[in-house]
Design a protein around this ligand. Structure first.
Ligand SMILES: Cc1cc2nc3c(=O)[nH]c(=O)nc-3n(C[C@H](O)[C@H](O)[C@H](O)COP(=O)(O)O)c2cc1C
Length: 161
């Protein structure tokens, strides 16, 4: 499959997960393009409950891809405002598979991870995506690298040609 991995990452953790996914998917015969979302002004935090004035400057054209992985960090117990804005700007997915993913600082998925995946999934469903179960990788008290590796192994099953 031709897969786009589109992510936002402020301190590099979600970027690391995205790159592991890229390596895994590429190693299993997929064609993968990686996109690191950028904004016109620095966005260092915030919540989707408080709309902020910024633009995504490098949103890729998603029409050429068969499937997508969309990721960002948990911010303020919800999704990254940058990823959320990017998904809002995306056109209809026309039934394409989309896998949301997130990394988070706190140890339990209920401390923002689930909420982040739910918000992104809801947007995606509204744009006719076939939303796959999200990936959440928490950091505190966990072996972060090991959890990332497991998550990446699991994601392979979602993208069968
Ligand atoms: C502004 C801000 C808000 C955050 N809010 C949360 C939160 O509510 N829950 C949580 O588990 N982690 C929170 N974190 C931690 C990040 O989700 C975590 O460190 C993540 O792995 C960072 O990903 P990145 O390196 O790709 O930016 C927050 C970090 C920042 C900068």
């Amino acid at each position: 499959m031709n897969i786009a991995i589109i992510y936002h990452s402020q301190t590099g953790q979600t970027a690391k997960l995205a790159k592991l996914m890229e390596t895994k998917l590429t190693g299993n015969g997929h064609e993968v393009s990686l996109f690191d979302l950028k904004t016109n002004v620095p966005v260092k935090g915030g919540s989707i409950r408080q709309p902020m004035n910024f633009e995504i400057v490098n949103l890729p054209d998603i029409s050429e891809f068969d499937a997508l992985c969309l990721g960002g960090p948990v911010w303020a117990f919800g999704p990254s405002t940058v990823l959320y804005k990017a998904v809002q700007m995306m056109p209809n997915f026309n039934g394409k598979k989309v896998l949301p993913f997130t990394t988070m600082g706190f140890p339990f998925e209920g401390m923002g991870g689930k909420n982040a995946i739910n918000h992104i999934s809801k947007l995606l469903t509204g744009k006719a995506a076939k939303v796959l179960p999200g990936i959440i990788v928490p950091k505190m008290f966990h072996n972060f690298d090991e959890l990332m590796k497991k998550a990446v192994d699991n994601c392979l099953a979602y993208f069968k040609n």
